[in-house]
Ligand binder design. Structure first.
Ligand code: AKG
Length: 284
């Protein structure tokens, strides 16, 4: 399994990420990583971690979100600690170091109508800073028909913060958190000229990944395919400018509690510093 990205990430891709708030990168993980992760996902589906949630509300459908499971699942931990993900994050964040924030497994099985509601990630998380991104690794080929993620280009630079929305439809959750109510994006996109929004998505092969900034508005339709699974593993990474900033009303993203204080850099066992790796410090 490759420890470093299979190809260099050009400066133009880093610029595009910061301009658009999202980019799709292809061919950075080898086939062994995909096989490894598919096995890790099957294990997780059979025995989900303690923070796992089922978001699908209709019988026979499945949209599993498992949060923070890397801490108890060696197969997921191996990807977090040994895959090229940390290095990719450091390159994209233009950061000297990166910390691992947490992981989230998203499995939306064929015929599952549950949408992933439009949202920004940042307001869910107990951190503050601009150098925060996710790497959403596709473990199946995916198109928007099978619930590919859609993004509003440039929304990370709107300077707006939207209150989190519960993926399973719990309207009481997150009520005490600050932020605007997100406008009805699906209604706006039906307006002439899509109401000025530019919504992007990519047809992906297993092993391709999406990198999105923590403030980029995104969501996904249900999985309308009757055959195509949609398994994805999202890992969240932070850079030099990030500090701990928990808010009352946020849900846990880690199984263990962090030991740091508000305002401090997030270095601790729960949010380990994974780049540079000791053996790679000359590359940082
Ligand atoms: O995979 C999904 O449906 C949701 C992905 C997402 O919202 C994220 O990774 O931040």
């Amino acid at each position: 399994m490759n420890a470093h990205p299979l190809a260099p990430i050009p400066d133009a891709d880093v610029d595009a990420f910061w301009r658009d708030g999202v980019i799709c990168l292809r061919g950075l993980f080898d086939a062994d990583w995909i096989e490894h992760m598919r096995a890790a996902v099957e294990d997780d589906l059979a025995h989900p971690g303690p923070l796992a949630r089922e978001y699908a509300t209709q019988a026979g459908q499945r949209f599993l979100g498992d949060i923070g499971a890397w801490a108890v699942k060696p197969g997921l931990r191996k990807y977090v600690e040994e895959s090229p993900a940390a290095e990719i994050a450091a390159r994209m964040l233009r950061s000297r170091k990166v910390n691992f924030l947490y992981d989230q497994l998203f499995v939306k099985e064929p015929g599952t109508a549950a949408v992933t509601p439009w949202h920004q990630d940042g307001p869910y998380w107990p951190v503050q800073g601009d150098q925060i991104l996710s790497i959403w690794l596709a473990l199946d080929d995916v198109t928007v028909q099978s619930s590919g993620v859609e993004y509003i280009k440039g929304s990370h630079r709107w300077g707006r913060e939207f209150r989190p929305i519960h993926f399973g439809g719990d309207t009481e959750a997150y009520k005490m958190l600050p932020g605007e109510t997100l406008p009805d994006i699906d209604a706006i996109r039906r307006e002439p000229g899509s109401g000025g929004l530019e919504i992007v998505n990519w047809d992906m092969k297993a092993g391709d990944c999406l990198l999105h900034h923590s403030m980029t508005v995104h969501g996904a339709p249900g999985n309308a395919s009757s055959t195509q699974r949609r398994r994805a593993y999202a890992t969240r990474w932070t850079g030099d400018d990030v500090v701990y900033a928990p808010r009352n009303g946020q849900a846990s993203i880690t199984i263990d509690k962090p030991t740091i204080q508000p305002g401090e850099p997030i270095d601790c066992a729960v949010f380990p510093r994974l780049w540079p790796r000791p053996q790679d410090s000359s590359l940082a």
